[in-house]
Design a protein around this ligand. Sequence first.
Ligand code: SF4
Ligand code: SF4
Length: 201
Amino acid sequence: FLPLGSAREVLRQALDALHAAAGPAAPAVVPMPPLAPFGAAMVAAEGCTLCLACTMVCPTGAFSANPETPQLRFLEDACVQCGLCVATCPERVISLAPRLNFAPEAAQPQVVKQEEPFCCTRCAKPFGTRSTIERVKAKLAGSRHWMFADPARLAVLEMCEDCRASAATLDGIDPYAGPGRPAVRTTEDWLRDAGTTRPEG
Ligand code: SF4
Ligand code: SF4
């Protein structure tokens, strides 16, 4: 047994050797206490919108994207349980499970979620995922903002960046067409309401 690699890799090799020596009755997954540096980042896939924010903050590459298609992958052996992905996920669908996983799948990236690309409704160019588009539309519709009260405005979100800009400029979408805005209040207004005046000097 000649340990090679980083301290973490040497520790992992030693644990693998001990697990193998324990025989076939040894459990494949051993729970660890909180803050242990081995474990899984579990994703509730139905709530994941494939925004890929977790892949951008993960310092070890445990979470990764597929450049060919909307897909999120996870490599358990690389996860150090730092929790950055949990704090970053906008949908709050990641939780940590500290554990030692001796199953072969832990050493290979596993697909957590994947979708077909969403295609622009105007030019058919793929530019996102359906779950992301639907999530953004639901949030904006729920905001009751005048700009998205018209379904035609929400439909613009189903277009790629080029068609969206074209629709906004050529289809007569006026970003200033909302209700009147309240008059700007000055310091004098607040002082008058408070029954006082600005001090001299
Ligand atoms: S806990 Fe840390 S290392 Fe593990 S997947 Fe999340 S960001 Fe990556
Ligand atoms: S950050 Fe959350 S919602 Fe975004 S891809 Fe990762 S798990 Fe999915």
